[in-house]
Every structure is written in structure tokens, then in C-alpha cells.
Design a protein around this ligand. Structure first.
Ligand code: AHR
Length: 505
């Protein structure tokens, strides 16, 4: 059976810029993300530069990754940055009580993280400790990283081998304060965010976007507390200094039963569609947060960041339950495609998003095992979609699409978004049906277009995945797509993500 999809894209009607930081990443001291992931150490047999694994850097550079968040997550609120500077063999060991209760040797600290960002060409998003740290500790970390003169912290940095200050454009004020980040109430945290934010300004030329830790899912009361607190100062929302420039929310996808309740690679059709419906529901969640923000901040001075998103399945058999290691299938890739369509749509307010997490944890880009490194289906979505980074939204209208009832809602089985950059445009299409291909016809209005490249990502089933034995089972292939008389036509297989790159006249 072939379903039909009809859409219209106005190639000459551009909207907001899709901030490249929507394609951001997240590296936490959790399981094998840092240790035995990014960091193998200088003495490792695995090819590395100053201890950082080279094949991971190479793979991620191909994604143009715009920023990397670190050191957590929950870990951030137990992390004391001074433990991770100075000679490595003298650094204290600590217990990572959040993740597996393992002992951490602090070999990967501030200098190693900034080195990694420089290798990746990514901006640093450093997440400070509110729950078990102090204002002074956080202020000194900002000074250590970003100050150029001979202040005490700049001097300490030099003693540890780095002369020039680094640029740190993004600064997180705690993480999940309603949970692992201190069990606080929204009002209490909103005050703390103002206080910590006040002392977390950058030094010299370094301008820091201070990011207050926000809601879980659709907890609009949390967003209201942060926005009302931010608005409660003279002229904040009309040009004065803000206490923080952005607020976050976290959104993890599952099939409806909750995180950590089913397997990454073994699922029923019902669980597949439940997952897709839950992924698509982030649109409702964002609309809620944006409505609250609009009511306090009609001039869009503050932005919304989803700094943790992705699927959360059971850990793979035989792995440490505290390490959150999961496989990654075509279903995960479809979740990513849908999330990006929705983030693109909300580009006015959403300035950043960070998938959790880049290496060996949850919905990862790469999975490593000893020497082997596997690119996941999700990795390929990031690569195929990278042309949307800093492009302008294009007006896109889905006129006809197959649907399926999931719970009490009608789920559209095809999702789409488009953007333009100069004389090029990029259209992304996701067909979530497990068994039906679909022929898409897209009226391209306003400018003449020709197909420069079209690719599709799919596998034998929605549960197909890559592993060391078959690393390219799910990889992008050429897709037949043509533009005739201003109409783009392409047939997507079932459970597929596709991109069409256009040249515009
Ligand atoms: O990404 C794993 C964990 O999920 C993060 O540490 C935490 O912020 C969230 O609960």
C-alpha cells in the first residue's frame, strides 16, 4: 500500500532563523560517556589526542556540532570544579553517587573539556553546581575560565598551563532543581537562580548566556515561577539587565509507560506508535511554555532551551543499570526527525536543544566498544539535517497526510519542515508508518527549484540498528526525488527519514 502526502512550501516566505544551537549536545559524567567514551587517556592504545578519542572527534566534527553541555545533568550538582584541575595524578577521587555509584578519578576536568570543545569546534555550555556548591565556587569557575588579566583565578589557570582565557558563551545555573538538583520548590529555586546568576557574569569580552534550570515536561508552574521572578525587576523585560537570559525544560520520550520501561530494540507496533505520539507531543509542551513566556516577555528577550531530550529505554542486558547504555534503532531516528521539525517550528523562542547524550548513554550519536565505534541511526539524522543550522524557517503546509488513532489522539504519520539559506533550501520528511510507504508531492511555490541531492535513512524494520558487525545496516542512501513543473515528488519507504536539498533560482 502507498499512502499519499500533499504539502506546500513557500520558498519565498522565510521566518525566524533556526538557531544552530538547536543541534546541540550533552556530555555527562555518566556511564561510558566521558570515561571509556570521549576520554580514553593519553596512554590508551586507542588513537587519541591528549587523551581525547580521535574517531569520536572526527565523527562529531562531521555534524558541525554547535555546542556541548557538560558536566551534567544530575552530576553537575555534585561536581566541584577544583577537583578537576591541576596534575591529573594528584586530583582527588570522588564517588559518582548519581550514576552507578562508581569512583571517579577526575582525570577529565575543566581543561580537558575545553580542549575537547576546541577540537570539536563547538561552543562550551558549562553547567554549574547550585545544589551542593556555593555562589563563590560558581563565580570563581567563571573567572577561572573567562578572565584575561592576573586575577587570582586567571593566575591559577595559568599555573595549570592555559594562558589565554576561553570563551564560554553558555552557563547553566544548576540542573533539575525539582529533583536530583536539590529537591527545591519553584519559588525557592527562582530566587537561587537570580542570586547565582548575578555572580555568574562573564569577564572581559566573554558574554555569558545564563541559563536557569527549568521544568520537567509540561510543568508550566515551574516556568511561571521563573518568568515571574525574572520579570520582577525594573525594566527587565524592556531592555534592562535580566537575572538570566534563558530558561530550560527537559523532555524524554518513551511509548507512554514512562522512561526505562521497555527495550530499545524489541517493541510492538503499538509501542512504536506510542513512542512517536509521545515524541510529537513535545509540540504541545513547547506551546505551553511559550505561551507562559509570551505573557511575561512579549519582546522575546528570554529564550527557551530544551537541554535534555531523547529516548530513554531499558539498559542493554548485562550492562550496569546506572550507566544508561541503550541501543539506537530507526525508531530513535524517527523521534529525532520529529523533534527537529517541531524545534524548527518554534524557532522564535527555542534557541538551543541538547540531545541526551552524545556518546554511549541514552539516545547517543556514537556507541563505542573497545576499538570499535558505531554511528547510530540518530547520528545520521543530525548529519542529514545539518543544513537547517542557522537557516531561515520556510512556510510549510501539510495539506493531506495519513493518520492513525493513538490513545485519544490522531497521529499524523508524516512530519515535515523546511528552511532556506541563500540559494539553497532543505526539506526534511519523516514517515513513521511501520508498514506503508508514502508518496509525497510538495508544491514548491515562489522560487524555481531543482533537486541537488536527496537521501533517505531506513532499515529492514523500525527496530533495525547498527552494531560493530554491521555498522552500515542503517545509513543514508540516495532517494529518487524530482521537481517537475514546480512540484517535488518522492516516495519514502515505511519507517524512513529523508532530506531533499534544493538549489533555488
Ligand atoms: O540524562 C540523564 C539524566 O536525566 C540527567 O543527568 C538528568 O538531568 C536527567 O534526569
Amino acid at each position: 500500500m502507498t499512502a499519499t502526502v500533499h504539502a506546500i512550501v513557500d520558498l519565498d516566505v522565510t521566518g525566524h532563523r533556526i538557531n544552530r544551537h538547536i543541534y546541540g549536545h550533552f556530555a555527562e559524567h555518566l556511564g561510558r560517556c566521558i570515561y571509556d567514551g570521549f576520554w580514553v587517556g593519553e596512554d590508551s592504545e586507542i588513537l587519541n589526542v591528549r587523551g581525547i578519542r580521535s574517531d569520536i572527534v572526527e565523527a562529531l566534527r562531521a555534524l558541525n556540532i554547535p555546542n556541548l553541555r557538560w558536566p551534567g545533568g544530575c552530576f553537575a550538582d555534585t561536581y566541584h570544579w577544583r577537583d578537576g584541575i591541576g596534575p591529573r595524578d594528584e586530583r582527588p577521587r570522588i564517588a559518582n553517587t548519581n550514576w552507578g555509584d562508581v569512583v571517579e578519578n577526575n582525570h577529565f576536568g575543566t581543561h580537558e573539556f575545553m580542549d575537547l570543545c576546541e577540537m570539536l569546534g563547538a561552543d562550551a555550555y558549562v553547567n554549574g553546581n547550585v545544589a551542593s556548591g556555593t555562589v563563590q565556587e560558581m563565580a570563581e569557575w567563571v573567572e577561572y575560565l573567562t578572565r584575561g588579566d592576573d586575577s587570582p583565578m586567571a593566575r591559577l589557570r595559568r599555573e595549570n598551563g592555559r594562558d589565554e582565557p576561553w570563551d564560554v558563551p553558555f552557563w547553566g545555573i544548576g540542573n533539575e532543581p525539582w529533583g536530583c538538583g536539590g529537591n527545591m520548590t519553584a519559588e525557592y529555586y527562582a530566587n537561587e537562580a537570580r542570586r547565582y546568576g548575578h555572580f555568574s557574569r562573564g569577564h572581559g569580552e566573554n558574554k555569558v548566556t545564563r541559563i536557569a534550570a527549568g521544568a520537567s515536561d509540561d510543568d508550566l508552574n515551574w516556568t511561571r515561577a521563573l518568568m515571574s521572578s525574572a520579570a520582577d525587576c525594573a525594566g527587565c523585560m524592556t531592555g534592562g539587565d535580566l537575572p538570566y537570559e534563558a530558561i530550560t525544560f527537559h523532555y524524554y520520550t518513551h511509548s507512554g509507560e514512562g522512561i526505562n520501561t521497555e527495550d530499545a530494540t524489541r517493541f510492538t507496533d503499538e509501542q512504536h506508535y506510542g513512542t512517536i505520539a509521545h515524541a510529537a507531543d513535545i509540540d504541545r509542551v513547547i506551546r505551553g511554555h511559550v505561551a507562559v513566556m509570551d505573557s511575561y516577555d512579549p519582546n522575546d528577550r528570554m529564550s527557551l532551551i530544551c537541554d535534555e531530550w531523547g529516548t530513554w529505554w531499558n539498559v542493554e542486558e548485562g550492562t550496569n543499570p546506572g550507566f544508561l547504555f541503550q541501543q539506537n534503532t530507526v525508531r530513535d531516528a524517527l523521534v529525532a526527525g520529529i523533534h527537529f521539525d517541531i524545534f524548527h517550528k518554534h524557532a522564535r523562542r527555542i534557541s538551543m536543544a541538547n540531545i541526551a547524550q552524545t556518546v554511549n548513554v541514552l539516545q547517543a550519536m556514537v556507541l563505542t566498544d573497545g576499538e570499535s565505534l558505531v554511528l547510530t541511526p540518530t547520528y545520521h539524522v543530525f548529519e542529514m539535517n545539518k543544513g537547517h543550522q542557522d537557516a531561515l524557517q520556510l512556510a510549510t503546509h501539510l495539506r493531506e497526510t495519513p493518520t492513525r488513532t493513538v490513545g485519544k489522539k490522531e497521529l499524523e504519520l508524516v512530519s515535515m519542515s523546511a528552511s532556506a539559506k541563500g540559494d539553497t533550501a532543505l526539506i526534511s520528511l519523516t514517515n513513521v508508518s511501520v508498514d506503508e510507504e508514502c508518496t509525497a508531492t510538495v508544491d514548491l511555490r515562489g522560487r524555481e527549484a531543482r533537486v541537488a541531492r536527496a537521501r533517505v535513512l531506513t532499515g529492514d524494520g523500525a527496530d533495525a540498528y547498527n552494531d560493530a558487525e554491521t555498522p552500515d545496516r542503517v545509513a543514508p542512501r540516495a532517494l529518487d526525488a524530482v521537481v517537475r513543473d514546480g512540484v517535488l515528488t518522492a516516495t519514502l519507504p515505511p519507517h524512513a527519514f529523508a532530506t531533499v536539498e534544493l538549489e533555488l533560482a
